[in-house]
Design a binder for this molecule. Structure first.
Ligand code: 5GP
Length: 204
């Protein structure tokens, strides 16, 4: 009755486990948690599936959508554009679900400026050593890319203070449980729009 659906923003260094955590949350709560699919100007990589991994819309189309104010947020990362389409988020909210945006920090800060209600969660690896071991283990990037991602970490950590929560991802199940608790707590937060005391008293 009093519940509101949440816009959850999940960021963190590459290799911190954001993707795995988001996937696990949606698998556990398929009716109430949805992940927004981002649009990108970059090409499809091997193993990726159009309209499942990203909406691959090309650079011209992306720039046109920026011009037409169709993005809730967007950023240029490693030379390519990535963004959250307003229409995508509206579609997921219409399903009465909490919506997760798995995006990097520039985009997260744009969301924060637009909505004080958004819940910003930063996923931290247990240590720098473990982060570098994870990036090596997943064999997705070449050595140079791994080094670039590791070099980026200290600049990314500067944004941490703008987030509402920090979740250390030591064990995936624990990180998922912490985010589930954050969702419950956020929904119990006092909110004058969903809990109108006057109306409540009148109904007694
Ligand atoms: P990749 O090309 O490796 O899939 O993603 C590169 C970066 O873009 C990652 O840091 C990822 O979090 C970020 N990213 C993916 N989708 C979005 C989005 O919609 N908005 C923003 N701001 N960043 C995104």
């Amino acid at each position: 009755m009093y519940e509101r659906n949440l816009l959850l923003v999940i960021s963190g260094p590459s290799g911190a486990g954001k993707g795995t955590i988001c996937k696990a949350l949606v698998e556990k709560h398929p009716k109430t948690i949805q992940c927004s699919l981002s649009a990108t100007s970059r090409d499809v990589r091997t193993g990726e599936i159009p309209n499942k991994t990203y909406y691959y819309i090309g650079k011209d189309n992306f720039l046109e959508k920026i011009e037409n104010n169709q993005f809730l947020e967007y950023a240029k990362v490693y030379g390519n554009y990535y963004g959250t389409l307003k229409q995508e988020v509206q579609r997921l909210f219409s399903l009465k679900a909490d919506v997760i945006l798995e995006i990097e920090m520039q985009g997260a800060l744009q969301i924060r400026e637009k909505s004080q209600d958004a819940v910003l969660i930063f996923i931290m690896p247990p240590s720098f050593k473990e982060l570098s071991a994870r990036l090596m283990r997943r064999k997705r990037d070449c050595e140079e890319d791994i080094q670039n991602r590791l070099d980026k970490v200290s600049s990314e950590l500067k944004y941490i203070k703008d987030y509402d929560y920090i979740v250390v991802n030591d064990k995936i199940e624990d990180a998922v449980a912490k985010i589930e608790s954050i969702i419950v707590a956020e929904k119990c937060k006092m909110d004058e729009r969903t809990f109108d005391i006057e109306t409540f008293i009148k109904d007694i």
